[in-house]
Design a protein around this ligand. Structure first.
Ligand code: UDP
Length: 242
């Protein structure tokens, strides 16, 4: 059910198998494993420990991770976009009246995101929220609020590595079942940012769409070839040591 990419076990079932799989966890951190996040995970001891812990499931989010799984000759079933998993979990929460807590983005974006989520999922139980601009080492009030309302799912949209640091620091003490860093997803729900058209998503070109819309992202793409080279070198050394 997993593809080994570098030292990471990446989920290689379908999105629906993933939803089934996470049911078995008391607490789970769903990591959107795109090359940037996984590369950060290699360089940062705490992130590495978190991503490889038994409480984390890494999903193949992004065409770079798909290519990596082909390099290691253990191709993942399909790309699983973090935002799609987030929507599925929101649906589960809505159908069972489970609480959802949102942390991240600028205040106005967060407000529009909540407004639109309530329109899209009538009856959804958003038990709390906070914007993503606060001191990670000094956020007791936010933590206390989460403990009080005990949401089922906590979505954190502050980009990587900041959202990962928040999860690493607080997962143990927070009483939520699902923890998930969701990057720019609140921007998408708010309407500030559009997702790529379906055909681009299908051709694995979502990254290109994002670069066209936010050209400053181009410098973040450099990590993709670096990651793939690392994957290829690691794989070669693994098979030659057999
Ligand atoms: N963000 C935040 N706090 C910060 C920095 C960023 O809440 O200190 C938010 C930002 O407002 C935006 C999101 O994080 O909503 C950006 O995520 P990014 O696009 O980097 O994530 P990606 O989708 O690339 O993983």
């Amino acid at each position: 059910m997993f593809s080994k990419i570098l030292k990471f076990e990446v989920f290689n079932g379908t999105k629906y198998q993933l939803l089934n799989y996470i049911k078995g966890f008391e607490k789970v951190n769903i990591v959107s494993g795109n090359p940037e996040v996984l590369y950060n995970g290699l360089k940062d001891k705490d992130m590495f420990q978190s991503f490889t812990s038994k409480n984390s499931v890494i999903i193949p989010d992004g065409v770079g991770t798909l290519i990596a799984s082909r390099i290691v000759k253990n191709p993942v079933n399909e790309k699983i976009a973090g935002i799609d998993v987030m929507e599925e979990i929101i649906n589960i929460c809505k159908n069972n009246n489970y609480g959802i807590y949102l942390i991240g983005a600028k205040e106005d974006v967060l407000r529009s995101c909540i407004y639109n989520l309530k329109l899209k999922y009538p009856g959804i139980n958003i038990s709390g929220s906070h914007n993503g601009y606060f001191d990670l080492n000094n956020c007791e009030k936010i933590l206390e609020d989460i403990k009080k309302v005990k949401p089922y799912a906590l979505f954190i949209a502050m980009g990587s590595p900041r959202q990962d640091r928040f999860i690493i620091k607080n997962m143990e003490e927070l009483p939520c079942k699902v923890f998930m860093g969701v990057g720019g997803s609140f921007d998408v729900f708010s309407g500030k940012l559009k997702r790529a058209p379906k055909w681009m998503i299908n051709f694995g070109l979502e990254w290109l769409y994002r670069v066209i819309k936010e050209p400053w992202r181009i410098k973040r793409l450099i990590v993709i070839p670096r990651f793939l080279i690392k994957v290829a070198v690691d794989y070669k050394s693994r098979i030659s040591s057999f």
